[in-house]
Structure formats: structure tokens, C-alpha cells
Design a protein around this ligand. Structure first.
Ligand SMILES: [Zn+2]
Length: 344
């Protein structure tokens, strides 16, 4: 009995002196002493009679105590692991304010800290800072894509502002790439923006595309789309291409290096003049480029982080008038003029 009271006394003394967990050390010593004085070879000595109990009882008591301690430590370790799960995000490459900024991404199982690091390391080129480029650029910037290139030779006009929401009335007359740069840096100062105030042409396309991991094309003429596609196929860089007119839009991811079709596999011939009118000729509903451009940014984030299933080999078509979205399969053509001879 006195042996048990000894443990209670040590615990109380520990509480009083503020020993914390150290009282367990004294309790362990006390238990060792109890076992010692109860050793069969010492049977019958006065100390064992005073302290009470017998050898086996104290051994079982010690075993149970040890198990309880091990169980508690196991629980603590599990809890520590749970708390430490998002640790990859706490790398020195992110500042504290960045971790706060991207917290909603880091919470996602499919992105997490590792995905956010991939986003920061990614270099994405957006061709065109117009209707599709506006939301795509803003969401890429917000998502924390580390390096964003944007190429366009136009200046902001009043008629753009109905849908090109990256620009502002005060920036009418400014080259679109500088207006887009200002908006992106205002949204997220932790990214690098590279504005190219020129038209993408045969001379600069290959060199520029080769500097990036992924290209988004939101231009509205066939020749530029074809040029972007050729440069991407040649460099082995995946291309997310979107298009809109009036009430309908479409997008896909083209990456023949991984077995999917290229843009020319799906759209091999230049449409006859007048058959594919531009937004300036045919008109476009203001939120439509927002819908398709945001989807392009979504596919970019998925591609970079490896989340979910991408749109390679699938063309997504959105009909805003009917409020319908459908996805059709598209295949690579072995006789494709752009990617056919290269890898087929
Ligand atoms: Zn092709």
C-alpha cells in the first residue's frame, strides 16, 4: 500500500514543484526500488513488508504503466504527424505572406504544398492579352504561377473593355501587355511577369515557346493559332488552346509528345474567309471569354500540378445560349501536316 502511495506522493510533489514530465523518471526509479526489495532472493525482508505487494504484482503494475505510457506517446506521435502533414509548403522558397496567400490551394489534397511549389516553378506563356487572355492571365497570377509571359502587339481600346477585364478605362491607349502586367502585379507581387509587346511571328515563335513549360493560346485568327501550334509541337511544349465566337466557346489541351492530337490534327484546314468570323465581326457575349479563359487557366493549373484528368484528346464545347457543355473525343491523325511525320 505504501508503495502505491509513493507514486501518488511523487506525482503530487511533481505538480507542486513543477517537474512536468520529469515526475515519471522518479516514479520509474521508485518502481525499480519496489521491484528490487521484492526480489525472491530478498523475500521476507522488512522493507518489502512495509511497502506491500509482492514481486509479480509490482512487475505487472510496471508493465501496465509502461503500456499506458507507450499508448500515450503513440497518440502524440500520430497527432504530430497530422499537424506536420502540410510541411512541404513550409519550405524556404515561400515567404510567410505567400503561404497565407496560397493557403486555399495548399488545403487541396490534389495540389498541396508540393503542387504549389510546382506552380511557383512553372513558366507559362499566354499568347494574346484579349478576351481569353484576360481571365487566364489573372487566374494564373492569382494561382501563383511563378513566371508568366504574355505576348500581344495591340493597345487597349474602349471597345475591348466590355469583356477584356484585365484592362481598365484609364489604360486605354496603353500596350495591352503592359496593362496586363500592371493588373497581374497588382494582384500578386510575388510572381514574375514578362511582357512582349510584339506580334508572334515565324522569327520569334520558336525561341519564345522554347523558354516556357506550357503555352496558352487565346488569339482569334487561324494563322496565329497555326503558328503557335507548330512552335509548340516542335518544342514538345503542351498547348492549351481556346476559341470563342458569339455565344459558343471551346478549348482543349494539345500535346502530341504524350500521344494526344495537336491543334492541326483537329483543325487541319484554314476556314474559308467569312466562315470563322472574329469577335469584332460577329460579336461576343461579355462573360463568354471569362468562362472559357477561366477554364484554360483551370486546365493549366491541373497540368502543372498533375491534378485530375486533363483535356488531352478531348475537346470541350460550351454553348452559352443553351447553357450546355459537352466534351467530344478528338484523335491524333498520323497524316497530320504538323505532328504526323514528327512522332507518328
Ligand atoms: Zn497533329
Amino acid at each position: 500500500m505504501i508503495g502505491l502511495l509513493g507514486f501518488a506522493g511523487l506525482w503530487a510533489l511533481g505538480r507542486w514543484r513543477g517537474w512536468g514530465e520529469r515526475w515519471l523518471l522518479f516514479a520509474g526509479l521508485w518502481w525499480a526500488l519496489l521491484v528490487l526489495v521484492h526480489l525472491p532472493v530478498l523475500a521476507g525482508n522488512p522493507a518489502s513488508r512495509v511497502l506491500g505487494g509482492d514481486f509479480r504484482a509490482w512487475l505487472v503494475f510496471g508493465l501496465l504503466g509502461g503500456l499506458a505510457l507507450a499508448y500515450r506517446e503513440g497518440l502524440r506521435a500520430l497527432r504530430r504527424r497530422k499537424v506536420a502533414a502540410p510541411e512541404p509548403s513550409a519550405t524556404p522558397t515561400f515567404r510567410e505572406t505567400e503561404l497565407e496567400r496560397y493557403a486555399r490551394h495548399i488545403l487541396l489534397r490534389e495540389i498541396g504544398g508540393a503542387g504549389q511549389k510546382r506552380l511557383k516553378a512553372a513558366r507559362v506563356l499566354v499568347v494574346g492579352a484579349g478576351g481569353l487572355g484576360s481571365p487566364a492571365l489573372l487566374y494564373l497570377a492569382g494561382a501563383g504561377v511563378g513566371t508568366i509571359g504574355v505576348i500581344d502587339s495591340d493597345v487597349v481600346e474602349g471597345s475591348n473593355l466590355q469583356r477584356q477585364v484585365i484592362h481598365t478605362d484609364a489604360r486605354i491607349g496603353m500596350p495591352k501587355v503592359f496593362s496586363a502586367e500592371a493588373a497581374m502585379k497588382a494582384l500578386n507581387p510575388f510572381i514574375e511577369v514578362r511582357p512582349y509587346n510584339r506580334k508572334l511571328d515565324d522569327e520569334n515563335a520558336a525561341g519564345l515557346v522554347g523558354d516556357y513549360d506550357l503555352v496558352l493560346d487565346g488569339t482569334d485568327d487561324f494563322d496565329t493559332r497555326d503558328l503557335v501550334n507548330r512552335a509548340c509541337v516542335a518544342a514538345g511544349v503542351p498547348l492549351i488552346s481556346g476559341a470563342i465566337t458569339q455565344w459558343e466557346g471551346q478549348l482543349s489541351l494539345y500535346h502530341p509528345a504524350q500521344g494526344g492530337p495537336c491543334y492541326a490534327c483537329v483543325f487541319p484546314v484554314r476556314p474559308a474567309p467569312g466562315l470563322a468570323p472574329s469577335c469584332a465581326e460577329a460579336g461576343v457575349a461579355a462573360p463568354l471569354p471569362g468562362v472559357i479563359g477561366a477554364m484554360m487557366a483551370m486546365e493549366a493549373v491541373k497540368w502543372i500540378t498533375g491534378a485530375g484528368t486533363g483535356l488531352s484528346g478531348r475537346l470541350m464545347i460550351h454553348d452559352a445560349l443553351l447553357a450546355e457543355t459537352r466534351v467530344i473525343g478528338v484523335k491524333r491523325r498520323t497524316d497530320c501536316a504538323v505532328c504526323g511525320s514528327k512522332t507518328g
